[in-house]
Design a protein around this ligand. Sequence first.
Ligand SMILES: [Zn+2]
Length: 269
Amino acid sequence: MLTIALLRSGRGPSPISLLATVLVLSGLFAMLRDRRSTTPGLDQAHEACDELYDPACLSELDGGSARRGLTARAGGPEGPVLSAETACLNVGYLCAELEATGMVQIRRWKDFHGTIVVHIPRPDFLSSGDARRLQVAAATGVRQWNGRPFPISVDERGNRESHFEVKWRRSLGGRQIGAARTQWSAEEGLRVLMLELAAQSPFGSGTLEPRQVRLIAAHEMGHALGILMHSDNPRDVMYPTNTATSLSAQDYKTMGALYALEDGTTILR
Ligand SMILES: [Zn+2]
């Protein structure tokens, strides 16, 4: 049970401020080099490049912190404002980035009831065996969030109406292996434009293993559902690099905490 204190209720957004808040958010996921070759003691975050995490990576991309959904807008937050002391108790890693950023805004699916349908085709540039294996792996990863909080249905053939789809890429550039392209407005909440998944290793070692693709898909689906922040624990699937082996209790707890708060809520340090 979350204990939250409402400090201030906001007014509805003006058309102008609404426009300003329709930002393209994207969560990129990066891959560690073979972990055996990682320098002992080196912070793993510095081995990776993740747009939501690594400032060096941020500077390479347009939008920078504005994409993170963490930057204060002119005129201040519009939704409810909570303090970290009350909003960050027992919420997984929902507030993990608060120390660095000063604020976190909840940006999740709003007023949605029903089943999320995700179209996951095969990567058509791979052999049919590899393409099928990666399709199954991505579907398995996406479904790991089934019921947390929404039922999730995967459409493999593209003959149903879907909420968004997976786009396969040979490469996403650099060490990137996944990205969630999302959009948020106070009026409509979070919308997912697409999930992008790499099919090939950024280190030139061929097609990614299905196990890796399953975890990448689970990570990006976490962003697609509104966990726009990252975990600070390498065992969680929402850690910025692919160090987890499955979704953790903390991953599920964070998602639960996210949906216990009103969309648009701002948490201040
Ligand atoms: Zn990420």
